[in-house]
Design a protein around this ligand. Structure first.
Ligand code: URA
Length: 211
């Protein structure tokens, strides 16, 4: 059975209290655990960090109306992994093709920072995503938090798999590839850690590995 977090998931005290504050402040926002986006029969799973306050936490679609989505979604579309026009709304008709997108932590954290306990609390949902994707071939981890969360969910020790932008690991016991990328965050783009061209190269590597 596919298990996703309840809208009002209570596993993380800090995230619950932040959510309650946001419910007062941003009455039209989703303000709950954010659903994954894309079909479970996809071959690709993109794992991000957590919803942004005015982005996925507002729209209930990962990366939607978050700066990071402005890099992620056009790159997927350019590579033929999405169709429609990404317009930063959950009802924009934008569709992912052979890709599902989720987050290591499903609820918005204060200052975009998650704790180790919050990642652990949310792990069962990531495990469940992965085990309900029968055609899954490759997981794209956006940033080190996602990289660690994926390895934790799959039962691997982190020490054997250093996070490195562009690194592709074969997780042979699972028959899955793990591809690392710097997160498409505003900070990484503004500081030049990641450029759109570098991210396009990551998506090309992903596509090459699918074929
Ligand atoms: N929005 C998300 O849903 N996830 C991220 O990692 C960043 C922004």
């Amino acid at each position: 059975m596919f298990v996703k977090p309840d809208y009002d998931c209570t596993k993380c005290e800090r995230l619950c209290s932040f959510r309650n504050q946001n419910k007062q402040k941003f009455k039209t926002y989703h303000n709950g655990a954010v659903d994954s986006f894309g079909h479970l029969d996809s071959e690709v799973l993109v794992v991000g960090l957590a919803p942004g306050l005015n982005g996925a936490n507002q729209t209930n679609r990962p990366f939607t109306n978050d700066y990071a989505g402005d890099i992620l979604y056009p790159a997927l579309k350019k590579a033929g992994l999405a169709k429609g026009n990404y317009q930063k709304r959950a009802d924009d008709g934008f569709e992912l093709l052979n890709v599902r997108v989720t987050n290591a932590v499903r609820c918005v954290p204060p200052q975009n920072k998650v704790t180790t306990d919050e990642i652990k609390n949310c792990r069962p949902f990531l495990i469940d995503e992965i085990s309900n994707m029968p055609n899954l071939k490759i997981i794209l981890a956006l940033g080190q938090v996602a990289h660690n969360a994926v390895l934790g969910a799959l039962g691997y020790k982190l020490s054997a798999f250093k996070f490195q932008h562009g690194q592709l690991y074969f997780l042979k016991e699972k028959g899955l590839w793990l591809l690392d990328s710097y997160h498409t965050s505003r900070y990484n783009i503004n500081t030049g850690v990641l450029t759109s061209a570098m991210f396009d190269d990551i998506i090309s590597k992903l596509v090459t590995n699918l074929n």
